[in-house]
Design a protein around this ligand. Structure first.
Ligand code: GLU
Length: 486
């Protein structure tokens, strides 16, 4: 039974990198019909904040990455917040086990002493390894220091020589020289567990079978394996995901623009786009298809198709993909997705429209939308008044050929019965004008669009004409002909 976990530290909002880690874990669990566990690693009480935890949970929920176990869904493996686990003394119990088995020891070195050691190593340009000054203290010595309330940490005794290797499910065998790994802290001086220690105790007690996380954790893995060995427990499988890079190939960060998932949501990226795009940051489908539903991804997913090299976050591709997903929506779905993004100024104006009209208006833009928020740049074409039109059309300068086309269109339109105005009829009129004037389609469509909308680009033209209606169109065309066509 596969059991994976996503273990964010709530020290910031959910960002693209951690979302991708969550996603890979979730997909892997689904593919293997296993369990996806959410564990909040909030032992750093200074930097952890409830609002960040809420932001993370909310983001995951929005994207549909529901957990099988976690802070909100408890089970026999809980609690799922490390702060709550800390209160149940789980970590001190396991520290004790390691001290008793001789795998860990009390260290009374002060910060200043350790700093001096570190500085000395730095000066010699060698990897810092703790001197083990406190390793060989007698029981009495330790007891005395503890009784005198001297500040201490508990350190893990790393085997001093040899090679430690493990098989990473993405990167194959990774080897570490143990002589280069310093004894590390298990329990900090404030009695809270260190990251490496808490993560192993929790993964062990939660029966985690696969640890899937960012490549930045590779250097922690040998320390964690040492801990599993000390506890005489089988290590889980490890898979380290490639870094997400900005276009300049440095690690993706705020400097490259938005990194928080919220910002993407607010800008009008669809959740389907984000999920699909993020999974392609490192993974590819066997047939290299790129637009894939989450169910297809779950079916096709395997860790061995994850690349080892960093994945570049390409906003142009993300935008393209969002457009693709928008194009796939029917009118009702698009309207449902768009409505929450319509700016207040416009909602007041369009609130009187029947739902069906609003749906048509929105859908007339479906070929143009990249982000859902784009609607606010596009909608005005349906909203502005005759007065607005007059100002806007005065900016246009039509050639005599264009003027001719606009006049023909006005004349033909004026002869159509209001009730008979249909897409077929309009297409027919435009086609006839094109045939009589010669040349390509654009030669007719362009001046008609300009004269009817006073904008150079916009919604699907036929839909726009139908929605705007004969009366308004004629009013505009007449004005345009009388005032701008000299
Ligand atoms: N809390 C760690 C982080 O947010 C989790 C690392 C891990 O998955 O082991 O990076």
């Amino acid at each position: 039974m596969v059991r994976v976990r996503f273990a964010p530290s709530p020290t910031g909002n959910l960002h693209i990198g951690s979302l991708r880690t969550a996603l890979f874990n979730w997909i892997f669990a689904k593919h293997n019909k296993g369990s996806y566990i959410l564990r909040i690693e909030d032992t750093d009480s200074l930097r952890s904040k409830k609002e960040y935890e809420e932001n993370i949970l909310e983001g995951l929920e929005w994207l549909g990455l529901h957990m099988d176990e976690g802070p909100e869904i408890n089970s026999k493996y809980g609690p799922y917040r490390q702060s709550e686990r800390f209160n149940t003394h789980i970590y001190s119990e396991y520290v004790e086990k390691l001290i008793n088995s001789g795998c860990a020891y009390y260290c009374f070195c002060t910060d200043e002493e350790l700093e001096l050691e570190r500085d000395a190593a730095q000066k010699k340009n060698i990897t810092y390894i703790y001197s083990r000054k406190c390793l060989n203290q007698s029981r009495e010595e330790v007891k005395k220091k503890l009784e005198s309330k001297k500040s201490y940490t508990v350190k893990f005794k790393v085997p001093q020589s040899g090679t430690l290797s493990f098989i990473d499910l993405i990167r194959s065998e990774i080897k570490f020289d143990l002589s280069l790994i310093s004894d590390f802290v298990l329990l900090k001086s404030d009695k809270t567990p260190s990251y490496n220690f808490a993560v192993v105790v929790d993964d062990m007690l939660m029966n985690i079978t696969h640890v899937i996380r960012g490549e930045d954790h590779i250097s922690n893995t040998p320390k964690q394996i040492c801990l599993y060995n000390a506890f005489k427990v089988k290590t889980p499988h490890f898979a380290h995901l490639p870094m997400i890079l900005g276009p300049d190939r440095s690690k993706l960060s705020k400097r490259h623009g938005a990194t928080s998932v919220n910002e993407y949501r607010e800008k009008g990226y669809l959740k389907e786009t984000l999920l699909n795009y993020l999974v392609l940051l490192g993974w590819s489908a066997p047939d290299n298809h790129e637009i894939l539903s989450i169910n297809e991804i779950i079916k096709l997913f395997s860790l061995d198709r994850i690349s080892r090299s960093g994945a570049i976050f390409d906003i142009t591709k993300l935008n393209w993909m969002n457009g693709q997903y928008i194009r796939k929506m029917d009118a009702a779905t698009l309207a449902d997705n768009i409505k929450p993004f319509i700016a207040k100024d416009f909602t007041d104006k369009i609130s009187a429209y029947p739902a069906e009209k609003l749906e048509r208006i929105i859908y007339s833009f479906h070929e143009k939308l990249v982000l859902l928020t784009d609607i606010n740049n596009l909608l005005p074409v349906y909203i502005y008044s005759m007065e607005d039109y007059k100002i806007m059309i005065s900016q246009f300068d039509f050639s005599s050929e264009e003027k001719d086309i606009i006049c023909s269109f006005r004349n033909e339109l004026s002869m159509v019965d209001m009730q008979d105005l249909s897409a077929a009829k309009l297409n027919n009129i435009l086609k006839n004008i094109q045939t009589s004037k010669g040349g390509g389609k654009g030669r007719v469509l362009k001046p008609v669009r300009f004269a009817c909308s006073a904008e150079k680009t916009g919604p699907d033209l036929i839909e726009f004409l139908l929605i705007t209606g004969k009366e308004t169109l004629l009013e505009r065309l007449n004005y345009c002909i009388d005032n701008t066509l000299t």
